[in-house]
Design a protein around this ligand. Structure first.
Ligand code: HEC
Length: 171
């Protein structure tokens, strides 16, 4: 002890067990701090990715659509966060609508549909798809995980269907 005291600025070494425990506590703190930050960063990235996709869709030309002034494509903007129109665009929250007309409900391979949907006897046609948004998914497809939404105007439904007929063919 006397040796250390004799050299100002130097402290006696800590007990080995004590300093190990302290180191461990510091590491745990650091780890908790880092995972917290990582979680926030990942969350923010997710939000930015979704916003980016919507913005990207607003810019990109939609296959089968003439471009500006297509009112059906405008109506489809309500769906684009969850559905894509081409089979190879990857899955969003909902199944791809590529090839939807003529397909029986909840039969697209590779998508995990609600069990309730698989029991329904619906084939997607312009009429059934229009009905889905006339009375709403909760009434037309009870038990669905698709959020409730309705398109009140018959004209808008018709435009959406016409758009989907063009945009989901051979995709
Ligand atoms: C917030 C996400 C979300 C939005 C917005 C959304 N959907 Fe969906 N949709 C889903 C999910 C999820 C399913 C699968 C439902 C299930 O398994 O219960 C689905 C299922 C469907 C199905 C049945 C598909 C099949 O293969 O049987 C159709 C058709 C459909 N949506 C059309 C649309 C249209 C058209 C719009 C826009 C007007 C729209 N959806 C908006 C999430 C969404």
């Amino acid at each position: 002890m006397a040796d250390y005291d004799a050299q100002p600025g130097r402290n006696p070494p800590e007990q080995p067990e004590l300093s190990a425990a302290r180191r461990e506590a510091d590491e745990v703190d650091l780890y908790a701090g880092l995972t917290g930050v990582a979680g926030i960063v990942a969350g923010a990235r997710g939000v930015i990715a979704v916003l980016g996709e919507v913005a990207e869709f607003a810019r990109q030309a939609i296959p089968g659509v003439d471009g500006a002034g297509d009112h059906g494509a405008e109506v489809f903007r309500a769906c684009v966060a969850c559905h894509n129109l081409r089979a190879d665009d990857g899955v969003r929250a909902g199944p791809t609508l590529a090839g939807i007309f003529g397909r029986r409900i909840a039969t697209l391979p590779g998508y995990s549909f609600s069990p309730a949907l698989k029991k329904l006897d619906i084939v997607w046609t312009p009429a059934t798809l229009s009905k889905l948004f006339e009375i709403g998914p909760a009434a037309y497809t009870p038990g669905t995980k698709m959020p409730e939404q309705r398109i009140g105007s018959a004209e808008e439904r018709e435009r959406l269907v016409k758009f989907l007929e063009r945009a989901t063919k051979n995709n």
